[in-house]
Design a protein around this ligand. Structure first.
Ligand code: SF4
Length: 238
């Protein structure tokens, strides 16, 4: 989201009583002083927390200079901050547990989108029939959704349950019927394996993880369910 729009969105959300959390790779934090200027508008009467991405997908080391600058600025401004990292199978260097005293949360690599296209080939694989559960999302009762810049509301990135440009967000959430959704229903009942079986899709014998199988199935189903499996960017198309 472009910076001035992001600031206005945060202000509006705070006015409505929402807790605002901003995720960023800190491309803007070229020095601690610069980072203070970028972050300062978010401290005006708002309780904003920061989740910053720092790992070997974002820089040459686990601790990127930009994230260190942003952490220093957040401390100066007394903002809540955490750092998120994603496992990097090719390195033996361990992920630090803290960056400048800020806790680092280390998450699993999910083999979907760019990770499926670029990293899955070299990953260790497991038989496809093992992936009978979505390991990450409560699709039956999602605790959170993502809304993208085209208005799509996602229960998992690329699985949309409606579009806020066509329907109010509250109607989309209240009208969510996971067991009537041809993508979500099998995923709840039997994970990516059930998605493949329900739609009679071809598959390989092994995959890097559940998301790898799920994403491969979604790519095959996009033509049939273009309003659910959207937008194009989630599937590497522009
Ligand atoms: S890609 Fe599929 S298996 Fe992975 S988190 Fe999303 S819904 Fe679950």
């Amino acid at each position: 989201m472009y910076y001035p729009i992001m600031i206005r969105a945060a202000e509006e959300a705070a006015k409505l009583g929402f807790h605002v959390e901003i995720l960023s790779n800190c491309y803007w934090a070229s020095s601690p002083q610069d980072a203070v200027e970028w972050l300062h508008p978010l401290t005006k009467g708002m309780n904003v927390s920061l989740s910053l991405s720092s790992d070997l997908y974002h820089g040459e080391s686990w601790e990127t200079e930009q994230v260190k600058n942003a952490v220093k600025a957040a401390k100066i401004l007394n903002m809540k901050v955490t750092v998120l990292s994603v496992k990097y199978p090719k390195t033996k260097i361990p992920c630090p547990s803290q960056i400048l005293g800020v806790k680092v949360g280390l998450g699993d690599l999910m083999y979907k989108e760019r990770a499926a296209a670029n990293l899955a080939e070299e990953a260790e694989k497991k038989p496809w029939s093992l992936f009978t559960k979505c390991p990450y999302k409560s699709l039956n009762n999602p605790g959170k959704v993502h809304v993208d810049r085209y208005g799509y509301v996602h229960v998992c990135q690329g699985i949309s349950i409606g579009n806020t440009w066509q329907k109010p967000f509250s109607d989309i959430i209240c009208g969510y019927k996971p067991f009537e959704n041809p993508i979500v229903q099998p995923l709840i009942q039997g994970g990516p394996v059930a998605l493949v079986q329900k739609h009679g899709l071809p598959h390989d014998e092994s995959y890097a993880d559940a998301c790898h199988l799920c994403y491969s199935a979604q790519c095959m189903l996009r033509q049939t369910y273009p309003n659910i499996l959207a937008p194009n960017e989630m599937y590497g198309e522009h």
